[in-house]
Design a protein around this ligand. Structure first.
Ligand SMILES: [Zn+2]
Length: 141
């Protein structure tokens, strides 16, 4: 069986885990600009994914990248993260899949964290008695 260079490299890393980890640690310590570039690439990928979904919270219009999150309409996010050879898809790999058209974006919308959490409460994913007021001042004690 002929391995591609990428497969050969992956196998080497798997069988030389300690050596590879030491190399990565040393490389990162001596190349802080590489870490910054990696972080910027990840941030750009996230922003591209957010733009693909409209770039703002569908409820309040919030556009702050730091607090926007992808919402699965009617849930199913955990199930979707487990697709494809059992690989977990979250964060960067999810953004990558979304940008590559491997995720059905019609099942998604963009919300700020507050509105994403409220959406989950309203779906019943988080417990709060429906008959009680949610306002702090109105809550009966
Ligand atoms: Zn919002």
């Amino acid at each position: 069986m002929v391995l591609t260079p990428a497969e050969r490299n992956r196998r080497w890393r798997q069988t030389h885990r300690e050596e590879w980890n030491t190399y990565v640690r040393n490389h990162r310590a001596t190349h802080p600009n590489v870490i910054l570039a990696e972080r910027m690439n990840k941030l750009k990928r996230k922003v591209n994914a957010l733009r693909l979904l409209g770039g703002k919270c569908v409820v309040c219009g919030e556009t702050d990248i730091r607090i926007l999150t992808i919402n699965h309409i009617n849930g199913g996010g955990n199930k979707e993260r487990a697709v494809g050879n059992g690989n977990q898809r979250g964060g960067q790999s999810y953004y990558r899949a979304l940008l590559n058209g491997k995720v059905d974006k019609t099942k998604l919308d963009l919300r700020c964290y507050n509105h994403n959490l409220l959406y989950e409460y309203e779906r019943g994913e988080w417990w709060f008695p429906k008959e009680l007021p949610t306002n702090v001042a109105e809550f009966p004690l």
